[in-house]
Write a protein that binds this ligand. Structure first.
Ligand SMILES: Nc1ncnc2c1ncn2[C@@H]1O[C@H](COP(=O)(O)OP(=O)(O)OP(=O)(O)O)[C@@H](O)[C@H]1O
Ligand SMILES: [Mg+2]
Length: 234
């Protein structure tokens, strides 16, 4: 690759409620704070929660990955925002669409001069891992990191993953990461008010804000491990 444009981060996990949207919100917040241009692709068309929280602050597009035209839109969006990291929030149901049409994106990566980095969010159940194996077949050249969501328990409770061959395969090319747990009442406020983390850090009451900032410091340390800060200019 001659010139490398900023990567595409795809936040996957396939399953509903594993924390994909929370990880996406956190990654967007982190990248903005380290001065990286960022643009969002929201693929959860029935519940575009991340887009609703950040559309005032970040360039966003909505793409339906159940449909091949959604994948073309995604590729075009990546081309149109070549100075930005593109963060893709995936929906629980996009498994079939990924298998059918994901090759459209995979084939365009060289021409886009972008790397695809997958952050695969898991809970403690087996299907989180099985779904990753299927997903990985579509994007063999992606760098894939697994994100244990601390909402489901401390890192050592992810025993299935720890004992799996999948973990070894992941750690040969990527990392196993721990996404911190945020106090429920702060998480609930973020979600119900549809706040970006930046907005929440300005507007929440002092106690909630203190908890939010604790969480932000932890997830920032996590993302720093997988996001080389390479500003494209400046
Ligand atoms: N690390 C966390 N700390 C606190 N709460 C969390 C965390 N992760 C997830 N949650 C809770 O779980 C809920 C579901 O998370 P989220 O919406 O991010 O999942 P999702 O994978 O995007 O779900 P869907 O497939 O429905 O889009 C959140 O609204 C929040 O209440
Ligand atoms: Mg979601």
């Amino acid at each position: 690759m001659a010139t490398e444009n900023p990567p595409i981060y795809m936040i996957g996990g396939s399953k509903g409620g594993v924390g994909k949207s929370f990880v996406t919100l956190a990654l967007v917040d982190y990248l903005r704070r380290v001065d990286v241009n960022v643009a969002l692709v929201e693929t959860d068309t029935s519940n575009p929660d991340v887009m609703k929280a950040i559309h005032d602050e970040v360039e966003c597009a909505s793409c339906d990955l159940d449909d091949v035209s959604g994948w073309m839109d995604l590729v075009n969006f990546c081309d149109a925002h070549r100075d930005s990291v593109v963060v893709v929030n995936t929906a629980a149901r996009s498994q079939a669409g990924v298998a059918h049409y994901g090759g459209t994106l995979a084939n365009a990566l060289d021409e886009l001069a972008r790397r695809l980095v997958v952050l695969w969010v898991i809970n403690r159940q087996r299907d989180s891992l099985e779904l990753l194996l299927k997903f990985g077949a579509t994007f063999p050249r992606a760098v894939t990191h697994v994100v244990r969501n601390g909402y489901f328990g401390a890192s050592e409770k992810f025993a299935l993953y720890r004992e799996s061959n999948l973990r070894k395969a992941i750690e040969e090319q990527g990392q196993s990461l721990d996404f911190p747990d945020l106090a429920d009442r702060v998480a609930d406020e973020l979600r119900s008010q549809r706040l970006s983390i930046r907005k929440a850090a300005e507007t929440m009451h002092i106690g909630e804000r203190a908890e939010l900032l604790r969480w932000r410091a932890l997830f920032s340390t996590m993302f720093a491990k997988v996001t080389p800060v390479s500003r494209s200019h400046g």
